[in-house]
Design a protein around this ligand. Structure first.
Ligand SMILES: [Zn+2]
Length: 427
């Protein structure tokens, strides 16, 4: 039992204006990774580093790639074997078409209790929340057992090189649990879907649209692959069903392009086509099996489509000397994550949410991958994903965050760490 007075002491250190101001400052740093426009995570990272250094933290900046720094914030709260990591990313996705925005994407304007701007929701608000939370805990002076690491990381929205660099440098070695600070609308997320991404390339032969027999159209293969993906999805849905936290598995063709490169033209049979596939998986689905079935789909497509072309040729009394070719290349593979409900970090998150909101928090799953995926997969670190912000709002125009929820999130983060590191019966 943590005495009421201790809880109050921590909460008193959280100044709502402090959370809001730091969020606004971070949002005003345009941290879209865009080397041509000259924007990167540098400014936001340096701001976070300065802020933490001013509050007495041990802060290091590490270059993951040119103009792409990670910031590592360290604090040994007291002797103990537990190290709690808070993770938040500094990069944001592009605002897209600026004329679609009612608000300045980098203005951090506040209206009716909401702050608007790119990253307010995903995830600069939560990044500010985690920094304020650990600073509040430190300032409270309450004796704790263990350490805190803040990972203020780059490139979450891209290839997640920030977290991989953080792990490769050994920063995750001592971490015993992590809070991944992402917009989950106050839900306590204990599971994440996995992902397998693949690119199918179909090679036919280019020709005039009026003389298709002088070429080999990749379109039937594209159709066959899309059909095959639907079959694989139906099979996965049938076998694995609906996960109570994560929903259904899916095999989604997201990009279908012919020609693969260059402008399409109505009277030209394209020589090549490509399909990008985003497979999202549930715990229990084996990724090797999925890769094998995608490779099998390639073989099947080649066999069937070429057989059909030969049949057409026979019918017409011609013989095209070419074969259609299909290949698949795997672009990325991220496993599902699942942290037990009785893991200490989940117990801490649930307790903290209950303290702040006054009600039992809801468990949920994260539909997308986050930096937490790598902490879980490469280092076996139990993770909980939580934070302020509507779950549908990330990456949209006029992105926003509710400021009351954001301040409560900083409180929840602080109490999660208090509970996790509170001296008691844990080793
Ligand atoms: Zn995010």
């Amino acid at each position: 039992m943590i005495p009421e007075s201790v809880i109050e002491k921590v909460l008193n250190q959280i100044d709502p204006e402090g959370v809001i101001n730091l969020t606004a400052q971070l949002v005003r740093c345009n941290s879209v990774w865009d080397p041509q426009a000259g924007t990167s995570e540098v400014e936001a990272a340096e701001l976070a580093a300065r802020w933490a250094r001013d509050r007495g933290f041990d802060v290091t900046l590490e270059t993951v790639a040119p103009e792409r720094p990670n910031v590592i914030v360290r604090w040994t709260a007291g002797p103990g074997s537990r190290t709690l990591m808070f993770e938040g990313h500094t990069d944001v996705v592009t605002p897209g078409n600026l004329t679609r925005w009612k608000y300045d994407p980098f203005g951090a304007q506040i209206q009716k209790g909401r702050m608007y701007g790119r990253g307010t929701n995903d995830t600069k608000g939560n990044l500010a929340g985690m920094l304020v939370a650990i600073a509040a805990l430190k300032a409270s002076g309450i004796p704790l057992a263990g350490s805190i690491v803040g990972g203020v990381l780059c490139d979450e929205e891209g290839m997640m090189t920030g977290v991989q660099h953080f792990i490769a440098r050994g920063h995750a070695d001592a971490v015993t649990a992590a809070v991944v600070c992402e917009p989950q609308d106050g839900l306590v997320c204990i599971a994440q879907k996995g992902a397998v991404r693949a690119r199918f390339a179909v090679r036919g032969r280019m020709s005039h649209g009026a003389m298709p027999l002088s070429g080999l159209n990749p379109a039937p293969a594209v159709a066959r692959i899309i059909d095959g993906l639907a079959d694989l999805e139906a099979e996965a849905v049938h076998t694995y069903g609906k996960d109570p936290l994560l929903g259904w598995p899916s095999f989604t063709p997201t990009v279908v392009q012919a020609p693969s490169q260059g402008p399409p033209q109505l009277n030209v049979v394209p020589g090549e086509a490509e399909i990008l596939v985003d497979v999202r998986t549930l715990p229990g689905q084996n990724h090797d099996t999925i890769r094998n079935s995608l490779s099998a789909l390639v073989q099947q497509t080649v066999r069937e489509v070429n057989a059909r072309y030969r049949k057409t040729d026979r019918l017409l009394g011609i013989r095209r000397p070419w074969e259609l070719d299909v290949t698949v290349r795997f672009l990325s593979d991220r496993p599902c994550t699942h942290t037990d409900r009785d893991d200490p970090v989940i117990a801490s998150a649930v307790w903290a949410s209950r303290q702040v909101s006054g009600k039992e928090p809801e468990f949920a799953g994260v539909p997308g991958a986050t930096d937490g995926t790598f902490l879980w997969a490469l280092k076996d670190i139990p993770i909980v994903t939580m934070g302020a912000g509507d779950r549908q709002v990330p990456h949209q125009v006029d992105e926003w965050v509710d400021l009351d929820q954001l301040v409560d999130t900083a409180r929840i983060y602080a109490l999660t760490a208090l509970h996790y590191l509170y001296p008691g019966d844990h080793p």
